[in-house]
Structures are given as structure tokens and as C-alpha cells.
Ligand binder design. Sequence first.
Ligand SMILES: [Zn+2]
Length: 132
Amino acid sequence: MHQLAVKLQKMEIHVQKCQHCFSNKLKNILFRESGEPDRVFIQCHDCQRFVASYTISPMGYYHHGKGFESFLRGVHRTGEFMSGRRVQRIFHERKVQEEAAFEDVLEKLRIRDEKREQKKKKDAETDSEHNG
Ligand SMILES: [Zn+2]
């Protein structure tokens, strides 16, 4: 219980940027190889340099708007065997959860950016007070 509370307090929200040129225009390259977990390589769209890579856990990938067939192929790739009905249910739950999580993270990002703007303004005011 205590650990969970700590975890919640430590929520981090971070928009990835290129560490070389600070661009936020990034290209996600999804790499799939049979028998290996899917990987994503992040390349900077502006300076073309390597930014980061992620390894995706089984069933960890959700591609919005791609439909059930795509989801089913993803499930098969993990080697999981389930009835069509079960996969259909998981697909629907996943869709709802992922959409809600996305909206939630956008909202958190909006709040974060708003706070940053307020802080900037406040700091600017404090600075001008000191200077004036
Ligand atoms: Zn870059």
C-alpha cells in the first residue's frame, strides 16, 4: 500500500526530444522479427540521429484504429492461444482502456504545461521586480 502511494506520487510525464538537437519531431521505427520481442527505434526526424529504443512486452503494443484483425495477429505473434471470443473481448477492453489512458495522459500534459507557463510568468514578474 505504502509503496503504491510512493509510486503514484512519483508519476512522471515526459515528451521525448532528441538529445542532440532538442527536436520533438521523432520517427518511430517498429521492428519485428519472429521469435524476438517487437522493438521500436526512435530516430530524430530533424538530425537523423539515434534517440532511443524500446522493447515491447508481449501484448504490450496497441495500434489505434487498426481493428480486430491486426490485434489478432499481434496476439498470435506472442504465441498465445485463446478463443476468438476471448480475444474479441480483450480487444474491446484494450481499446477502451488505451483511449482513456491516452486522454488522461494528454490532460496531465496540458496541466503540466499550464503550470510551467504560470511559473515562467511568475518568475518573469519576480525578475522584473528585482530589476525595477
Ligand atoms: Zn535531432
